[in-house]
Design a protein around this ligand. Sequence first.
Ligand SMILES: NC(=O)c1ccc[n+]([C@@H]2O[C@H](COP(=O)([O-])OP(=O)(O)OC[C@H]3O[C@@H](n4cnc5c(N)ncnc54)[C@H](OP(=O)(O)O)[C@@H]3O)[C@@H](O)[C@H]2O)c1
Length: 246
Amino acid sequence: MRLKNKVAVVTGASRGIGKAIAECFGKEGASLVLCSRNLDAVEAVAKPLRDQGCTVVAIAADVSVREQAENLITSAQEHFTRIDILVNNAGITRDSLLVRMKDEDWDQVIQTNLTGASYTIRAIARIMMKQRSGSIINISSVVGITGNAGQANYAAAKAGLIGLTKSAAKELARRGIRVNAIAPGFIETDMTSRLAPQDQERITTQIPMAVLGKPEDVAYGVLFLASDESCYVTGQVLQIDGGMVM
Ligand SMILES: NC(=O)c1ccc[n+]([C@@H]2O[C@H](COP(=O)([O-])OP(=O)(O)OC[C@H]3O[C@@H](n4cnc5c(N)ncnc54)[C@H](OP(=O)(O)O)[C@@H]3O)[C@@H](O)[C@H]2O)c1
């Protein structure tokens, strides 16, 4: 078990990639604090994990609201006294061309995908600094590296997350805290199922491996960065994209 005796907080764990990360971490022996905005949906992920013997705390928290993001971390610490791993996975899209983009769609995507991660990192850094250990993993995207027409808000947030990752890695390395990012390509989840079939086909032709990824493919990369196997890795962006961007 690669995460035995470790405590992990995973945001956006009610479905898709976050759910796969929670299941993967649970199998590897971690105790979990899972959140999304919908408590019933997180409980539905938590229950089968508990049935398998995993300790899981489910919390309703909107990471885009500072107080709720901070309360998530405080509750996790109160429950387990220590936190070893934070996965900032919660994310949304509000796609449109720049010239048509509404302020609220810009703001909501930046606030959730970028500022939300900064809230949890700032809250958890204090705890991990005292422990002198911790691993933080931010779920970015390949479009944070390449940009994407129709997703300027999302790409800006995901690029910002890479800057946040590298800056935090530099600030926290001497305290024993590693900070890395994962940049998934196109993964089969609710987020991508909204794409029209012709868009999914077009995207698939741009992937050398010619298939969309599965949430588990991302979870295995997160597991590596969360575990002690990556103890000398910090400030990195691991692409999990079937070769889409290289
Ligand atoms: N799917 C892809 O192809 C792909 C590619 C690159 C990167 N990513 C990134 O991977 C992450 C997961 O994506 P996914 O495809 O699994 O998306 P998804 O299926 O839409 O799931 C998103 C998760 O985030 C939660 N969430 C959204 N806003 C939240 C908020 N303000 N506070 C707390 N939780 C929130 C959702 O739960 P509630 O709605 O219940 O709150 C849900 O659990 C995102 O950061 C996404 O940008 C995905």
